[in-house]
Design a protein around this ligand. Structure first.
Ligand SMILES: *[C@@H]1O[C@H](CO)[C@@H](O)[C@H](O)[C@H]1NC(C)=O
Ligand SMILES: *[C@@H]1O[C@H](CO)[C@@H](O)[C@H](O)[C@H]1NC(C)=O
Ligand SMILES: *[C@@H]1O[C@H](CO)[C@@H](O)[C@H](O)[C@H]1NC(C)=O
Ligand SMILES: *[C@@H]1O[C@H](CO)[C@@H](O)[C@H](O)[C@H]1NC(C)=O
Length: 800
């Protein structure tokens, strides 16, 4: 272009020259003027007059002017002086661009004569432009592994000025990595280049900012700059590196599945894919893979399965971190499982003896061992049993314990022991195990049977049926089984008098007592014997109890009339003087009853009489008295039938017959009877008969009295301990009389009887009662009153 431009310019000059020659033919000189660009308008350029050889007058006469091609008037000519001035400000770059030198041709025209003079205005350059880059920033990407010495071409800058004012040099801002150099192109242009001084490391410095400055050659020089951004491109030159080469974590045994154990972390200085890390197990065992889960991207280690200190205490896990470029690093994670007290102690019973015999000294009856899977304090144990047991727990070798009795045991006090063995570890929280054992104590025959009572008192109605169950004895034995099996037996009586085995039998199994035969109260009132209870132990033990059998009375005896005699051979005639007043005591019916108590209480009544109105019988005492005065009409012989009845249920009775003779005053023999037998010869048959009767009655009476006294004496002794079934102070029926103190005739009275024989006639009479001092316990006014009355009545009767 430039070349073309220059040729066109030359052609023009040639043509212009041609025209010039053709017009004048004489104009051959060339006037040259120069002006510096950017001069102000009106600036003086030169004076043309001197160059033309004309003076100022001549010049103005000839009419001088300048002509530029294309009517561009850059200059103005002063016609009088011939001075040239700038008509406008000239910009060389605008007019000529990069053409050097910048020439503006024009003509100086003279008239009269017409003359054309060629002239040139040369515009000289000044340094009015700075070098400039097209872009403010250049981006240069350099891989980090580029070798030092490598050259990188940069964009060049441009400077519109020419010549020495044009671009001369490039400079790069000071830095350690690069320096700049200048490359000339064939056209004389220069280009900047960057040269790498030393190896780059993106991880150290990923980007470098440089300033490239272009400088021209003007005075003073001008410059322009642009930024060079050097981006260092990553290559995978770094392996991942773990922050810690070893991680140690402790996890509790009860950590739940899914918990995070640890996060491992590696870094890679590279970026992008080269810096992307994934974590994997390295050489991990099956067990580790089963127990842990590693999140590949995050490096988080999770628990996949429960851990158990008792099986594995620690895990060593190798973890590899790999980046996208295949480089890797490793670390080790040591997971320590912390023991928790999660296992209760265990107890193993090695031997147990039960039952253990009572009364035996210290014996070992149980051996057991304890264990705990935990370790440390969690595995230390203490062992105990209840405090209130007669057993002690003794440690033996190596976690073995024995249970020992502390002394003799008594089965009868406690036959069964529940022992709770408590094993507790010392962990936190404490765990314990309980083991219950039951120990039985076996029996030894160490307790005799014991009767429920020491003395048994059994009551039996007389006239019982044979084999009657009359009562039971019972004994208990605190032992058990055969040792407590009691059998009963009767002990033979010591004195052998009592035919015990014919009276009583005992059921050896249950202690029931039976009366073997009918018993008669009147024969035996009470007897006692000993029963033995024997247990079945070996040797057996026994004990004894006394059994007293009391025979109770029944009303089985009728009253027995002692007087008058009733078998009729010698009827007793009572004599009554006809002069007797009403209420005269004729006689007294005397009767006894062999029964006892109420059954022996008697009452009397007149059943039948020859003359019922004449006599009365006193119900209480059997006294027969006259009821009215006796008249002469009354028969001499009176017969009375008196009924004697006891108080039993049902009552029994006996009738007694009395013969009473009514006499006209006592005849001699009768009246003088107490006096001396003055006339024994006169004793007639009647008298003899009477005396004999009296003697026999008296004798009988005496025998009866003695017998009765004997019986009463014996009975008293018994009643001292037994008055239960009769209370003498109880209500006493008023129509009855107690012929004895508490039964039949009282033994408290003895009668002095005098039997005299004189004049061939035997006679006796009661002299006086001997009343002994009564025993204080029986000092009973009623008793003695009755008794003495009875006695008095006897007197009255017998002195007939
Ligand atoms: C683990 O045991 C400790 C102590 O006994 C207790 O405090 C904690 O709550 C337990 N953790 C789990 C998850 O059971
Ligand atoms: C012992 O334990 C058993 C069963 O638990 C129970 O039946 C018995 O009554 C207990 N004995 C004692 C003496 O506590
Ligand atoms: C052991 O006995 C105690 C007291 O009788 C009772 O509370 C406990 O439950 C028993 N333990 C076992 C394991 O049977
Ligand atoms: C009459 O009874 C008395 C006394 O019981 C007796 O001694 C006597 O022999 C009896 N006489 C007759 C004839 O039975």
């Amino acid at each position: 272009m430039e070349r073309e431009g220059a040729m066109i310019l030359q052609q023009r000059q040639v043509i212009f020259l041609f025209i010039l020659l053709g017009v004048s033919g004489a104009a051959s000189e060339l006037e040259q003027f120069s002006v510096v660009e950017e001069m102000e308008r009106g600036s003086f350029v030169a004076n043309v007059a001197k160059g033309l050889g004309l003076d100022a007058q001549e010049l103005s006469n000839r009419g001088v002017r300048v002509a530029f091609k294309g009517n561009k008037e850059y200059l103005q000519l002063h016609p009088k002086t011939g001075d040239l001035f700038l008509r406008e400000k000239l910009d060389r770059e605008d007019l000529c661009g990069s053409i050097e030198p910048c020439v503006l041709p024009f003509q100086i025209l003279l008239e009269n004569p017409f003359q054309i003079i060629r002239a040139e205005l040369i515009v000289e350059d000044i340094n009015d432009h700075s070098p400039a880059f097209l872009d403010n920033e250049m981006i240069l990407k350099i891989p980090e592994n580029t070798f030092p010495g490598s050259v990188f071409v940069l964009e060049n800058a441009q400077d519109l000025d020419v010549g020495s004012n044009s671009l001369q040099d490039y400079k790069i801002s000071p830095n350690s990595h690069f320096h700049s150099q200048i490359q000339d192109s064939s056209k004389g242009r220069i280009y900047p280049e960057l040269v790498l001084n030393k190896a780059l490391d993106r991880e150290e410095l990923s980007e470098i900012l440089l300033i490239l400055t272009a400088v021209d050659g003007g005075v003073p020089p001008r410059s322009g700059s642009a930024q060079v951004r050097v981006i260092i491109v990553d290559i995978n030159d770094n392996a991942p590196i773990f922050i810690q080469s070893q991680y140690e974590v402790q996890i509790s045994e009860n950590i739940s599945v899914g918990s995070k154990v640890v996060t491992v972390s590696a870094t890679d200085l590279d970026i992008g894919n080269y810096g992307e890390i994934s974590y994997t197990f390295l050489h991990a065992s099956e067990n580790i893979r089963k127990t842990f889960h590693l999140k590949e991207k995050l490096g988080e280690l999770y628990l996949k399965e429960k851990v158990d200190f008792e099986s594995i205490q620690s895990y060593t896990i190798n973890i590899q971190a790999t980046d996208g470029g295949g480089l890797s690093g490793e670390c080790t994670v040591i997971v320590q499982v912390m023991d928790l007290n999660d296992n209760p102690p265990e107890l193993t019973m090695s031997s147990l003896t039960s039952p253990i015999p009572e009364n035996s000294p210290e014996i070992v009856f149980a051996v057991f061992s304890v264990s705990d899977l935990d370790s440390g304090e969690n595995g230390r144990m203490v062992c105990s049993i209840q405090d209130d047991l007669p057993f002690s727990l003794k440690p033996s070798v190596e976690n073995y314990y024995t249970l020992v009795t502390e002394g003799a045991l008594d089965r009868e006090r406690r036959a069964e022991y529940n022992i709770t063995i408590t094993v507790m570890d010392l962990g936190s929280p404490r765990l314990k195990t309980e083991h219950n054992i039951t120990i039985w104590i076996s029996d030894i025959n160490d307790n005799p049977p014991v009767f429920t009572q020491t003395t048994y008192k059994l009551y039996l109605q007389e006239n019982n049926s044979p084999a009657l169950h009359i009562g039971s004895v019972s004994a208990k034995d605190r032992d058990s089984g055969i040792n407590a099996k009691v059998t009963y037996s009767l002990l033979p009586p010591e004195n052998g008098d009592l035919p015990l085995f014919s009276y009583i039998s005992i059921n050896s199994d249950n202690g029931h007592l039976y009366a073997l035969r009918s018993l008669d109260y009147e024969t035996i009132q009470v007897f006692q014997f000993t029963v033995t209870a024997t247990d079945g132990g070996s040797p057996s033990l026994s004990s004894q109890a006394l059994v007293q059998v009391v025979v109770q009375d029944m009303n089985d005896n009728s009253p027995f009339v002692l007087y008058p005699l009733q078998n009729g051979t010698t009827p007793c005639n009572d004599l009554v003087p006809r002069t007797a007043e009403p209420g005269y005591l004729v006689t007294k019916v005397v009767a006894v009853d062999r029964d006892w108590g109420q059954n022996s209480w008697l009452s009397y009544q007149l059943l039948k009489a020859t003359d019922p109105g004449l006599f009365t019988v006193w119900a209480h005492n059997g006294e027969v008295r006259t009821a009215r005065p006796i008249s002469d009409r009354d028969a001499i012989k009176q017969r009375l039938l008196v009924l004697v009845k006891d108080n039993g249920q049902p009552p029994l009775s006996t009738a007694a017959t009395l013969n009473v003779l009514l006499v006209d005053g006592f005849s001699e023999p009768y009246m003088q009877f107490p006096d001396a037998p003055k006339e024994p010869i006169q004793t007639d048959s009647l008298t003899t008969y009477l005396v004999i009767s009296l003697a026999s009655v008296s004798f009988l009476f005496l025998v009866s009295v003695i017998m009765v006294i004997a019986i009463r004496l014996w009975k008293r002794k018994r009643d001292a301990t037994d008055a239960a079934h009769f209370n003498p102070n109880g209500p006493f029926p008023s129509h009855l009389v107690d012929v004895s103190g508490t039964g039949t005739l009282s033994q408290s009275y003895q009668y002095e009887v005098c039997l005299t024989t004189g004049s061939g006639t035997s006679e006796f009479k009661f002299l006086k009662p001997i009343i002994p001092t009564l025993p204080p316990a029986e000092g009973n006014g009623k008793d003695s009153h009755f008794s003495s009355q009875v006695l008095r009545n006897y007197f009255g009767t017998l002195c007939c």
